[in-house]
Ligand binder design. Structure first.
Ligand code: ATP
Ligand code: MG
Length: 205
């Protein structure tokens, strides 16, 4: 690079650093956050799992609550189930795996399964030691009216101040977006599946 270009680059970086430093200085509130990862692109659940891993790595107490059990046995479920039983991790998992009748589309049974897992997970939201709760695919529970959005909003509002929650799923309701501190919408630009590439273990599930 020419010395002129290097000089301009350094000046730009200096200005950028100033802006970032000012923002860091202003961000003084200490509290947990509600994160919503929504949209039609790939990367919602895997993003939440990445954060879960990050938090577990710091030895935090975490919970993974999965609202839809897919067609296949997910790698993450298998991985975390093993971890849960080992003494050195701080994770509890709930999966809607028994009695869930997604494939049969039995409204009452599906609703019951959703309600059951919600009720099982409720103590987490009053446990100040639980640092992070992932509610994977919960957005569909609102769409199908298996869970009442107002109930969930009220529990989220009353959770311990330092507790973090991540919600994933397409079509996040506006009420959740309004309540959230961080919202990311993952937009599909391309997906291999649409080009006829077969779904792979370890990538898709
Ligand atoms: P991932 O679990 O890979 O992060 P996701 O949580 O963003 O995906 P979901 O809507 O939960 O996406 O769908 C889960 C499955 O569907 C994954 O196997 C994913 O690869 C696939 N998938 C996600 N988005 C698309 C898409 N736009 N087209 C086709 N398949 C998709
Ligand atoms: Mg997902």
């Amino acid at each position: 690079m020419s010395t002129d270009k290097v000089k301009r680059h350094n000046e730009r970086m200096k200005r950028h650093k100033k802006v970032v430093d000012e923002k860091i200085e202003k961000a003084t509130i200490e509290q947990g956050v509600l994160i919503v990862i929504t949209g039609n692109g790939k990367g919602k659940t895997t993003s939440a799992l990445g954060t879960l891993l990050r938090s577990l790595g710091h030895g935090h107490q975490c919970a993974l609550v999965q609202y839809i059990k897919g067609q296949w046995d997910c790698g993450e479920t298998a991985f975390f189930k093993n971890k849960e039983t080992s003494k050195d991790t701080q994770l509890v998992t709930y999966t809607m795996d028994t009695g869930f009748t997604w494939n049969t589309q039995d409204f009452e049974k599906d609703k019951q399964a959703a309600q059951d897992i919600w009720k099982q997970s409720l103590p987490l939201f009053s446990n100040p030691n639980c640092n992070l709760i992932v509610l994977d695919e919960i957005t569909y529970m609102f769409k199908y009216k298996y869970l009442d959005i107002d109930d969930v909003i009220s529990v989220l509002k009353n959770r311990p101040k330092h507790q973090n929650v991540i919600i994933t799923g397409r079509g996040a309701p506006q009420e959740l977006i309004d309540l959230a501190d961080t919202v990311s919408e993952i937009r599909p630009i391309k997906h291999a599946f649409n080009e006829g590439i077969k779904a792979q273990e370890g990538i898709e599930w």
